[in-house]
Design a protein around this ligand. Structure first.
Ligand code: ZN
Length: 275
């Protein structure tokens, strides 16, 4: 039995299970670090209920200095700046944890068990509280020093200011929280509207840029804002096909594990003892 922990900008989820199966999970709002750490500890104890734990995998929101396993200043969790996340979790849980950036972890889960199984390279995009990117090359997560942060690629230098400090990047145009602040509507309420079309168009430019950078075999797109599949994927694929002229388009697929991709990916990190 494995434990996975998915620390997101809005919610933290803890689950037990293995491979692509979750047998039980719990979910709570992500608060400041000490409160969240305490809740993670309690959840792990409750979920394991004295059974043998084979490994713990952790998916954490970025930006993350992967080399030092230390958070920089997460755009949507500014109070978590500087947290030495691996060290803190290992000390609280009393054992080794395998940790990676959240989008990279989700991408790894989709590469190992899901929609991008075996693709080389696999590019993963999550459209949720923020925009995250994962890249799996030769079956391994490409971490870089700070992971790929193409969610903050600049699309329009005169655009609105992102909490990360840049103007007009993909994240500020698309992130659920920011769009809600700007329009007063949730992304669910915006589905199919003119604003929605603009968001799909921005995303298509971002994904086209990433395809040109990384030459993936497949692109898997997941996250809370992709739930309405007929309104999301066909227009996105059409828009990418319109922008991408230099190479043929590659398949753009919905994530198989949806909200659970971070948890499944974290099982995979622990199973393979990677990160
Ligand atoms: Zn940004």
């Amino acid at each position: 039995m494995y434990i996975s922990i998915d620390i997101g900008g809005t919610h933290t989820r803890v689950a037990r299970g293995e491979k692509d199966q979750i047998s039980q999970r719990t979910d709570f709002p992500t608060q400041d670090f000490p409160e969240t750490l305490q809740k993670i500890k309690t959840s792990v104890l409750n979920l394991s209920s004295n059974k043998q734990i084979d490994g713990i995998g952790v998916s954490v929101v970025g930006p993350l200095n992967f080399v030092e396993k230390r958070l920089l200043r997460p755009t949507h969790l500014p109070n978590w700046e500087g947290v030495e996340i691996k060290k803190e979790l290992e000390s609280a849980l009393g054992r080794q944890v395998f940790i990676a950036h959240d989008a990279a972890t989700s991408g790894y889960g989709e590469w190992k068990y899901g929609a991008g199984k075996g693709s080389n390279p696999l590019l993963y995009y999550t459209i949720s509280t923020g925009i995250g990117i994962g890249l799996i090359v030769d079956g391994k997560i490409f971490h870089g020093v700070y992971n790929i942060e193409a969610g903050h690629q600049i699309l329009d230098k005169t655009g609105p200011l992102c909490p990360c400090g840049q103007h007009g990047d993909l994240d500020i145009f698309l992130s659920g929280k920011e769009v809600e602040k700007r329009t007063g509507k949730s992304s669910k309420e915006l589905e199919g509207s003119e604003t929605w079309d603009e968001m799909i168009d921005r995303l298509a430019i971002g994904i086209t840029n990433s395809i040109l950078h990384y030459s993936p075999e497949k692109v898997v797109v997941g996250g809370a804002q992709t739930h309405n599949q007929p309104l999301f994927y066909p227009p996105l694929e059409r828009a990418v096909a319109q922008y991408l002229k230099h190479t043929p388009i590659v398949p753009i697929l919905p994530s198989q594990f949806r909200d659970n991709s971070g948890l499944i990916g974290a099982f995979a990190l622990a199973e393979d003892k990677v990160a």
